[in-house]
Design a protein around this ligand. Sequence first.
Ligand SMILES: NC(=O)c1ccc[n+]([C@@H]2O[C@H](COP(=O)([O-])OP(=O)(O)OC[C@H]3O[C@@H](n4cnc5c(N)ncnc54)[C@H](O)[C@@H]3O)[C@@H](O)[C@H]2O)c1
Length: 453
Amino acid sequence: MKTSRKDFLKTVTTLGVAAVLSPNLIMAKGEIKEEAILKKEKAVNIAFIGVGGRGRTHVNNIAQTKGVAITAICDIDPKAILKTQKLLTKNGFTNVEAYTDGEHAYEELLKRDDIDGVIISTPWLWHTTMAVKTMQAGKYAGVEVSVSNTIEECWDLVNASEESGMPCMILENVNFRRDVLAVMNMVRQDVFGEIVHARCGYRHSLLNAKFNSNPLKFGKGAESEASWRTQHSLKRNADVYPTHGLGPIATMLNINRGNKFLYLTATASKAVGLKDFIEEHPEGGKDHPYAQLPWKQGDVITSTIKTSNGETIIVTHDCNLPRPYSLDFEIQGTDGVAEFQYGNQQIFVEKHGGGHSWEPLNSWLEKYDHPLWKKYEKEAMGAGHGGMDFFVDREFVNAVKEKRQPLLDVYDAAAWSAVTPLSEASIAQGSSPQYFPDFTRGNWINRTSLKFE
Ligand SMILES: NC(=O)c1ccc[n+]([C@@H]2O[C@H](COP(=O)([O-])OP(=O)(O)OC[C@H]3O[C@@H](n4cnc5c(N)ncnc54)[C@H](O)[C@@H]3O)[C@@H](O)[C@H]2O)c1
């Protein structure tokens, strides 16, 4: 018997759309199986601006995500385009247009009407401009860290999102690190009591990333981050990379969601690390022109943030001296304290055994392991940075698919990025306090705590 359109609609109404699309869609207790829906749904189209080292990690992850189309990429470097095309072909995407004709080629990409979301992984000074134009073109913006360089740019980002109605996600992958999410669970479940203090930072020798070797080079004509990142060490005495540490702590403290950053004070040490590196480098030396440059960025920059709920957060930027990698995480409350950087994971909880000694954090991390990690561990482990890159890309794609705000939104991007210009102003004015603008326009009072799902 032929089904008329009227009968079809009637069936849809009775059974629900999913049941009509496929009998396999209805699961126990009425759940709908994700993959089954994706086969039927139109794929969301994700484009990429900036496909250097970081951009290609996103391309690789997203090319392996179900329900995604990729039809456009952009980079000014033909070598980066070539490597990305190879990666895409390997993943079955053969019909991808490359926009590569100059620094504004991305504006042509944004004119396409088949794109739903754009991942931006360019040098910092491009982030806000590209994100604003992406939102104005009616597309979701996913932006690498840090997002904005000045307070004016933070506002540009917020204004563009509010005026266009398009979301902007700060792609802070560390918010999805397994131990970070487990500790966030512990904070939410009051393991540490009322939180009083936290510490975080980016303590990572970037000496070999800031200069290409053979010959020693940075700036125009250098490769990768040496071509743009090092310039910030020459020109700015500021914490230029605050979000890997601060993003997770801000989420644990519900910043922009019932709490907010109030002000910060910042202090910079002397700046001798880069000069020393150049002088001791086999292709450098005391007479090398780079050793004579007026390097401005203090080697260790310490900012202390005060929140409206009364917590303090110490944020450290420390990239110009030889040292092992650490994000320097610590969270401390009325009942205990945990340190959870790589290589040093320990906890002290007063009600748990007492005494004055730390205990290893492992068993606590297992007990409070986040449901997201339990569910997607296998898929995540193949992605970058120990799995957290899988989750940050998954969240961006899901927000685009579900037409909702991403977990880490434009207000997070603005508040976390604001540490750069505010630390710079504080250092310049003898560590004077600098107040954070309220990018939520008062709405932090009613916005609710984040649930990572
Ligand atoms: N979240 C993380 O773990 C993580 C890791 C590394 C880098 N990053 C961030 O990712 C971003 C990119 O870093 P990277 O290491 O890939 O640097 P990179 O230098 O390797 O790549 C940047 C790319 O942008 C391209 N580009 C520059 N100007 C452009 C323009 N106008 N239009 C199109 N393309 C342009 C460059 O040609 C290059 O290929 C930075 O913001 C960095 O801080 C984040």
